[in-house]
Design a protein around this ligand. Structure first.
Ligand code: PHE
Length: 392
C-alpha cells in the first residue's frame, strides 16, 4: 500500500509529461517557424548543403560538391561577405536527410540550404525547411511533388513531367519502338513518378505498355529473375527510371542474358560509375535524358568542362554542372535579396529569371520549378554521346 502511494506521484508526473510532449508534437505541425529563430550571422553567409557523399548514390553528392566548390571560388565574396559551405552527408537516405536539414537550421543557423539530389531525400527534408521558413533549393530533384511542399522550396532543374515526356517521344518517334516494359524502383518517388509519366505519353502516342509488375528496390543486386520475366514478354524497349548502381548491374546482367534491346533511363543514370558497373557490353546502345552534355560546343560549357577536368581529373557529369549552377543562382539571388533574411533570400531565389548557366537558361516559374531544355544522350563504351536537345 505504502509502495503504491509513493509511486503514484511519479506516475502522475510521467503521464503529465507524456501528455505535454504529445501536445507539443501536435503543436509543431501547426505553428509556424518553431526553429530558425536565432539571428543570422552578419559577418558571413552560411550555406547549408545536404548531399549523398557516401552510399549507393554517392557520385551524385561528390560531383555536386565539386561543382559547388568551383562556383564558390568563382563568386568569391557576395554582398561583401564570404560564403561558408557546410556539407551534410545524408548517405542517400530520407531519415538522414531530414536530420541533416534539422541540424543545419537549428545548430548552424544557415541562411539557406541547397539539396538534395534523390527526390525521396529532398521530400523528407523539405517540410522541415518549409515549416522553419528557411529557403531550400534543390539543384537536381525532379519529382513533381518536391516544390509543392511550400513557397520556401524551389528547384533550378526541370521536372519529371517534362523529362518523362521527352523519353517517351524519343522511344516512339526517334527509335520507332512500339512495345515497352517499365521497370520501377519501388523505393524511389522519382522512379514511380517517371514510370507514370512515360506510360501515359507512350500510350497516348500509340505505343503499348506491357502489363505486369516489374519492380525492384534500392540495394538489390541480382536482377536475373526480374529480367527473365521481362525477356519472356518480348518488349522492344525497356523504360528503366532508376539510379546508376542498380541500373548498372541490371544492364550488365541483361546483356549477359542475351537481351540486346535498348534500355532507356532518365537523369538518374548520369554517373561516372555507370559504365564500370554495366560493363563494355551493358553500356552500349542505351539512351537517357539529362541536364547537360560535356560535348556541348557552347564556349561557356567548354570553359567549365576544361576547368573541372583540370581540377578533378575527370569529365563532369550532370550533377557537377547542376551543383555549379545552383551556387551561381544562389549568389545571384543573395545580391538581389536586399536584406539577408530567410524570407527575402527565398523570394529572390523564386524570382530568378533568364539566368544563363552551364545547364541552360534558368527561369523559376510560379510553381518554383525551372523551365529548361533536356538533352538525350546515348550511353557508349567511350562515354555519353550527345543525340538531341529538347526545348521545354
Ligand atoms: N532527378 C533525380 C531525382 O529526382 C536525381 C538526379 C539528378 C540524379 C541529376 C542524377 C543527376 O531523384
Amino acid at each position: 500500500m505504502k509502495k503504491t502511494l509513493r509511486l503514484l506521484p511519479l506516475i502522475t508526473v510521467l503521464a503529465a509529461l507524456t501528455m505535454f510532449s504529445q501536445g507539443c508534437k501536435k503543436e509543431d505541425k501547426t505553428t509556424e517557424a518553431p526553429a530558425a529563430k536565432a539571428a543570422l550571422s552578419a559577418t558571413e553567409i552560411v550555406l547549408g548543403a545536404v548531399f549523398p557523399m557516401t552510399g549507393p548514390i554517392a557520385t551524385y553528392g561528390q560531383e555536386s560538391v565539386n561543382g559547388m566548390k568551383m562556383a564558390l571560388k568563382k563568386v568569391g565574396n557576395v554582398v561583401g561577405l564570404p560564403i561558408r559551405l557546410i556539407v551534410e552527408d545524408n548517405k542517400g537516405e530520407p531519415v538522414e536527410s531530414a536530420n541533416a536539414v534539422k541540424k543545419l537550421i537549428n545548430v548552424d543557423n544557415v541562411h539557406l540550404i541547397v539539396g538534395s539530389v534523390a527526390s525521396s531525400n529532398t521530400l523528407a527534408g523539405a517540410p522541415i525547411a518549409q515549416q522553419a521558413r528557411v529557403p531550400l533549393m534543390t539543384p537536381a530533384s525532379t519529382n513533381e511533388t518536391v516544390t509543392q511542399t511550400g513557397n520556401f522550396i524551389s528547384r533550378t532543374c526541370f521536372t519529371d513531367a517534362f523529362q518523362g515526356v521527352v523519353m517517351a517521344k524519343f522511344a516512339y518517334e526517334s527509335l520507332k519502338k512500339k512495345k515497352a516494359i517499365i521497370i520501377v524502383d519501388n523505393s524511389s518517388d522519382y522512379s514511380k513518378g517517371l514510370a507514370a509519366v512515360f506510360k501515359k505519353k507512350f500510350v497516348e502516342l500509340g505505343g503499348t505498355v506491357i502489363d505486369g509488375t516489374f519492380t525492384y528496390v534500392q540495394k538489390d543486386t541480382d536482377f536475373r529473375s526480374l529480367l527473365r520475366k521481362v525477356k519472356r514478354e518480348g518488349p522492344d524497349v525497356v523504360w528503366l527510371p532508376g539510379y546508376y548502381t542498380e541500373v548498372g548491374l541490371m544492364l550488365n546482367q541483361a546483356r549477359q542474358m542475351g537481351m540486346n534491346l535498348p534500355f532507356l533511363g532518365g537523369d538518374g543514370w548520369d554517373s561516372p560509375k555507370l559504365q564500370e558497373l554495366a560493363g563494355a557490353d551493358g553500356i552500349k546502345g542505351n539512351y537517357i535524358s539529362s541536364h547537360f552534355s560535356p560535348d556541348d560546343e557552347d564556349p561557356m560549357v567548354q570553359g567549365f568542362v576544361k576547368e573541372y577536368v583540370a581540377t578533378y581529373g575527370q569529365k563532369p557529369g550532370a550533377m557537377a554542372a547542376l551543383g555549379y549552377d545552383g551556387v551561381l543562382v544562389v549568389a545571384d539571388a543573395l545580391k538581389r535579396a536586399g536584406t539577408l533574411t530567410h524570407k527575402s533570400i527565398s523570394e529572390a531565389i523564386n524570382s530568378t529569371k533568364d539566368f544563363v548557366g552551364i545547364t541552360g537558361s534558368i527561369t523559376i516559374d510560379e510553381n518554383r520549378n525551372a523551365r529548361k531544355a533536356a538533352v538525350v544522350l546515348e550511353t557508349t563504351a567511350t562515354g555519353m554521346k550527345f543525340k538531341q536537345k529538347v526545348m521545354p
